[in-house]
Design a protein around this ligand. Structure first.
Ligand SMILES: C[S@@+](CC[C@H](N)C(=O)[O-])C[C@H]1O[C@@H](n2cnc3c(N)ncnc32)[C@H](O)[C@@H]1O
Length: 258
């Protein structure tokens, strides 16, 4: 495996090479810009399919009522809302909790308003935090998830190590992320959608083509299935595996702390 780019002081922000120390700020600008339109854009870009991926991701996670769960890069709360249904229904006698952690105040604020408007209040905590350096003790959570977030983290190895550290022994970590399309004929169609349609949708509905160009580029720079599996193993996870969804547009990675 090639050396992590941030070790040499540079990394990629989409297709651009940038100083590693600048990436977090650049990613922050993207999500501060898109926060208000984030949910609408997800539905438009994926024609609603992101909801199916997220339901599968949470529905097949190893989690039960009463568990303590961390959803990292939780953004506007789609995953946290689904997880909350599984750790303990609203008002029920259950001490299950979901912590929604995200680095971006704008995304967290949209998420908190959205959850509150849906009546999802009890058993939910919001923590502004960087996935690379989590403010939680070792062995704190039964399940740690990150959906469409790892791609944006500058030092992904550090992020994975932190997920491992805060996970309880016996717990599961899950990563849902864009990955490498596995069906050859579909690749040009997917590229056309990514590079021609997404930035136009971004311009039309969010007045921001650049952030959606970044989205398409960052997907292409993200480690594909086997490489991410190896990164999870190197972070300490065992029984690592992945499942491709929608011909590998996304993959669900799983690992355990044993
Ligand atoms: C594409 S959104 C995903 C949101 C949500 N998980 C979902 O699936 O809809 C990516 C999120 O990652 C967050 N993020 C980016 N870098 C991060 C970091 N280093 N630590 C924690 N969150 C980060 C962003 O603020 C943003 O909310």
């Amino acid at each position: 495996m090639s050396e992590s780019p941030y070790k040499s002081g540079t990394t990629h922000f989409g297709f651009k090479d940038v100083a590693a120390k600048d990436k977090q700020k650049l990613v922050g600008e993207v999500f501060s810009s898109v926060a208000g339109n984030y949910d609408l854009m997800n539905d438009l870009m994926s024609l609603g399919v992101h909801r199916v991926w997220k339901r599968y991701f949470v529905g097949t996670a190893q989690v039960k009522r009463g568990d303590r769960v961390l959803d990292l890069a939780g953004g506007t709360g789609d995953i946290a809302a689904l997880l909350k249904d599984r750790v303990g229904p609203e008002g029920a006698d259950s001490d299950g909790r979901v912590v929604l952690g995200d680095i971006n105040a704008g995304m967290l604020s949209v998420g908190r308003d959205r959850m509150t408007n849906r009546g999802l209040v009890a058993g939910l905590d919001y923590v502004q935090c960087n996935a690379e350096a989590l403010p939680f003790p070792d062995n704190s959570f039964d399940l740690v998830t990150i959906a469409f977030g790892l791609r944006n983290v500058t030092d992904k190895d550090a992020g994975l190590r932190e997920m491992f550290r805060v996970l309880k022994v016996g717990g599961q970590a899950r990563v849902l992320e864009f990955s490498e399309v596995t069906v050859d004929w579909f690749k040009p169609v997917y590229d056309f959608h990514s590079f021609k349609i997404l930035p136009r949708l971004g311009q039309l509905f969010a007045k921001d083509a650049g952030s959606y160009q970044y989205l398409a580029e960052s997907i292409r720079k993200h480690p594909p299935q086997e490489e991410l599996k190896t990164m999870m193993q190197e972070a300490g996870f065992e029984r690592c595996s992945y499942k491709n969804l929608s011909a590998g547009i996304v993959a669900v990675h799983t690992g355990y702390k044993v």
